[in-house]
Write a protein that binds this ligand. Structure first.
Ligand code: NAP
Length: 538
């Protein structure tokens, strides 16, 4: 399949959930000639790379899947409420095989750059295999959390043991048996990995910079009767998640938590806590994200849970989040996370109380003036979210403009799917779309459908170029920022706020629309119905 100077109708970058669906849609619905480039040696994206112990989805599997293959919705059996990484990868492999997708995917190939030619309205795409191909449309399906954040820890090169980043974990796994292991980070990834590693390691030392609010996942087998009922109602489910706020079957309680009596809210909190999953985050009282006073009431419930679970009071205090409102950072779902700190072989080193990481030495980590000897270090330090993977593509738009320059003060997009100055470029789940604030497959499908319809309409109307206008983009950026500024989300040093990467301009990355993914879908459809309002078609 490799070969220079080929021309495609569309080049898609990435073969995860987004790339697979985009390929299927453009190739089989519109009959386009499509090439997908993928760095990995098979499909899967996030689920190919993130192989750390405990990696599993955080959305219920019955909605964490493609909804466009109605038959597969009926046929596929998930083994648990939140299947493990290898099971989701097996599902994506199955989809690729079932729809014969691999024949249009070139694996082991990284896109190293692409530039738009204003004379031909074509993109020229370069790869690390010295290929150069042209395409009318360039579609990024690179994921939002795929650009690894590996902070420059002083002395790392001296470390004589082994170290790994969770997002690039060895395919063969890592044997922690009998080892002294350090985990750096306590985000959603570490919260999944820590209880698993603790069961194997001789000693586990967790280096925490910021404590997180974790709620129980409550993973397990799903009652076969519930599975049957869901399969019988898939049409209804799909419609509901598409129209919902977060792409989930979760709905806020239309009431202030401050209006509820203490008994009433305690029983509501208990119900959500026992249900597990994102309910406590996404189906809580509606003012939780807006009022600090309301938020404190919800946060207090979790703090009490931490204190009653963690036996050693000083460790419990370290695990109590301080300095950010509940829900303003991505909710980690835990399975025995807090319980893990009751184990004799687990130690928590908190940056504020014990001192932060000063350096990595030949034999371990030095923090707060104390050396912690380690055989293995696992960095669960996250990603340069949303903008990172797009900037890494080295795109050159009209007049050679680059995202590094255009996005110096944060992302500027129109609807999160297009960028002024970058014609015929579509960014699936790009910055300033609901994306990471939703159940990802729902947002991916919405973008793929919208992009497919847009290209179909252009072809019918003899258009060869589409580009967001700067004024529509400016209005969208202002709208994204205005909406979020009314919430507590902007007060946290989260990766949503670009605050996890040194030097990254502080900006809210996704879109928290007033009506969530449902409202965003409506908005995108209205724009299309008005002849792609805010875009210039040529
Ligand atoms: P993350 O949420 O960004 O957490 C990174 C952790 O590393 C934080 O505790 C952070 O501390 C710490 N850290 C970063 N740089 C550090 C430094 N220089 N020194 C010390 N500590 C440092 O990353 P993540 O846990 O990989 O999760 C990222 C996202 O991936 C999640 O929010 C979620 O959206 C997604 N995810 C999804 C699933 C799923 O659906 N199954 C599972 C895992 C992750 P600070 O908090 O102080 O910055």
């Amino acid at each position: 399949m490799a070969g220079a100077n080929q021309h495609f109708d569309a080049v898609v970058i990435g073969a995860g959930f987004s790339g697979l669906h985009m390929l299927k849609s453009l190739r089989d619905k519109l009959g386009l000639k499509v090439r997908v480039y993928e760095t990995g040696d098979t499909v899967g994206g996030t689920w190919y790379w993130n192989r750390y112990p405990g990696a599993r989805c955080d959305s219920d599997a019955y909605i964490y899947c493609f909804t466009w293959d109605k038959q597969l919705l009926q046929e596929w059996e998930w083994s648990e409420r939140y299947p493990e990484q290898h099971e989701i990868l097996r599902y994506l492999e199955h989809v690729a095989k079932r729809h014969d997708l691999k024949r249009n995917i070139q694996f082991n190939t990284r896109v190293t750059g692409a530039e738009f030619d204003e004379n031909t309205n074509l993109w020229t795409v370069h790869t690390d295999k010295a290929e150069e191909v042209t395409a009318r449309y360039l579609i990024t399906a690179v994921g939002t959390l795929s650009d690894t954040n590996m902070p420059l820890f002083k002395g790392l090169e001296k470390f004589k043991g082994k170290w790994y980043h969770t997002s690039r974990f060895p395919h063969a796994g890592v044997d922690f048996t009998g080892k002294r292991v350090g985990v750096v980070g306590t985000g959603a990834t570490a919260v999944q990995a820590i209880p698993e590693i603790a069961q194997q390691a001789k000693q586990l030392i967790v280096f925490q910079r910021t404590a997180n609010y974790c709620v129980p996942a409550r993973n397990g087998k799903v009652d076969p009767e519930l599975v049957k009922a869901r399969k019988a109602d898939y049409e209804g489910i799909v419609q509901r998640i598409r129209e919902s706020f977060f792409g989930q079957e979760h709905y806020f309680i239309p009431k202030s938590v401050l209006e509820a009596t203490p008994e009433e809210r305690e029983s509501v909190f208990d119900r959500m806590w026992d249900a597990g999953g994102f309910a406590f985050w996404l189906a809580n009282y509606q003012d939780m994200f807006f009022s600090q006073e309301a938020n404190d009431v919800c946060a207090d419930y979790i703090k009490r849970k931490i204190r009653s679970t963690v036996k050693e009071p000083r460790t419990a205090e370290k695990l109590i989040p301080k300095g950010h409102a509940y829900g303003t950072k991505r909710q980690p779902l835990d399975t025995n996370y807090y319980e893990t700190f009751n184990r004799d072989n687990v130690l928590l080193v908190d940056a504020k109380i014990d001192g932060g990481i000063e350096e990595i030495t030949e034999t371990g980590i030095r923090a707060g003036g104390k050396e912690y000897p380690l055989d293995i270090i696992v960095f669960a330090t996250g990603f340069d979210a949303m903008t990172g993977p797009l900037k890494a593509l080295n795109l050159k738009g009209r007049g050679g403009r680059t995202l590094d320059l255009e996005w110096q003060d944060g992302p500027h997009t129109y609807l999160g799917v297009a960028i002024a100055g970058f014609p015929n470029l579509f960014t699936i789940t790009g910055p300033q779309s609901p994306s990471v604030l939703s159940n990802m497959p729902v947002s991916i499908e919405q973008h793929v459908e919208w992009i497919t319809d847009c290209i179909e309409s252009m072809r019918k109307n003899g258009k060869t170029s589409i580009e967001a206008t700067p004024s529509a983009q400016d209005q969208w950026v202002a709208h994204v920022n205005e909406i979020v500024s009314a919430t507590l989300m902007t007060t946290a040093n989260s990766w949503y706020m670009s605050a996890n990467i040194a030097g990254k301009p502080r900006a809210f990355l996704p879109y928290l629309g007033p009506e969530g993914v449902g409202g965003y879908r409506k908005k995108c459809d209205e724009i299309a119905a008005k002849g792609y309002e805010g875009f210039e078609l040529a």
